[in-house]
Design a protein around this ligand. Structure first.
Ligand code: AMP
Length: 302
């Protein structure tokens, strides 16, 4: 079961109450690829970087089995750059700088041998690029999942509505769900958003876990309570990567398997926040993941 990922591969600069970084590797698709390739071995990436990018990172993705044939390198251009600063609560953050650079003109070219993926993860990008990617596929994948953000709701709602009609799973945070549905109750919001297209909705609530809404069913998975959260950047993308990676590995699109996928997503996200950027995700082994899944089991079983 092949899994195609599209999204930003970027440089980030992060400031938290515990410290700050210079330019480090980030981007939604970087986190999604790292997380999904922990669980699954047929992962392909479509993205764009400039020739200033850290190509050692791309080599490390390849070493994990991620196919990077769909990664475009724009010579003489700069990679996407995002600079964020977290507040004391580590939940909210301000975007200080967004430099689109190569992402501003990104044309998502899907390599020929990736045009019939079984699973697709559309990372947070302009809905126009997300749509274009789906239009370039030769057949309807078994499961299409997407992420988006309030920025696109503000400036590209028409295109966003079109993509929503074509996806099976939408993963957004609680604030975004309220904005998209114009409804405060998350249960009512879910119903409204499901009517826009995605039969399954994941509402992420940061340190308070995530809700999974299927057709007439709800499931909840907490976030692992951690003593120290160092850098939440990419936690949502890691969560999505764990979720879709597990679904691709099992070859399923059933709600019951999505419950387990939610736990895998939450488990991998709990590692992501332990160090800056992609550092922790690149360190962990499947043994670490299995041990933390046991922690989850102890946390929620009664
Ligand atoms: P998350 O913390 O899961 O919301 O994702 C953070 C990642 O999203 C960072 O690594 C950024 O590089 C990336 N990012 C931030 N803004 C955008 C944007 N407008 N388009 C694409 N990726 C973005």
């Amino acid at each position: 079961m092949s899994l195609l990922i599209i999204g930003s591969v970027a440089f980030d600069a992060i400031e938290t109450p515990f410290g700050s970084t210079g330019k480090i590797v980030g981007g939604a698709a970087s986190f999604i690829s790292l997380a999904s390739s922990m669980l699954h071995n047929q992962v392909g990436l479509v993205a764009v970087v400039g020739d200033d990018f850290d190509f050692d990172f791309i080599d490390r993705l390849k070493a994990r089995g991620v196919n990077t044939d769909g990664l475009q390198v724009k010579h003489g251009e700069k990679s996407f750059f995002w600079h964020g600063k977290y507040h004391l609560d580590m939940n909210s953050r301000d975007t200080l700088v967004t430099e689109l650079n190569v992402l501003g003109t990104f044309d998502p070219i899907v390599p020929d041998n990736w045009k019939s993926p079984d699973y697709v993860m559309l990372g947070n990008l302009s809905p126009e690029v997300q749509l274009k990617t789906l239009e370039r596929l030769e057949q309807r994948p078994k499961l299409v999942m997407m992420d988006t953000m309030n920025f696109w709701m503000d400036i590209a709602m028409d295109d966003l509505r079109k993509v929503l009609q074509k996806v099976d799973v939408l993963a957004i945070n609680d604030e975004e769900a309220r904005q998209l549905s114009k409804e405060h109750s998350l249960v009512k919001a879910a119903r409204i958003i499901q009517e826009m297209g995605p039969k399954t909705l994941i509402i992420k609530k940061g340190e308070h876990g995530a809700l999974l809404f299927g057709e007439g069913q709800i499931f909840f998975c907490p976030a692992m309570p951690l003593e120290d959260v160092f850098d939440p950047t990419g936690a949502g993308d890691t969560f999505a990567g764990g979720f879709i990676g597990y679904m691709a590995k099992t070859g399923s699109n059933r709600f019951d398997d999505m419950k387990k996928a939610l736990v895998y997503g939450s488990c991998l996200a709990s590692f992501c926040v332990e160090k800056f950027g992609t550092t922790r995700l690149e360190e962990i082994t499947m043994q670490d993941v299995d041990a933390r899944l046991d922690d989850f089991d102890r946390l929620i079983r009664f």
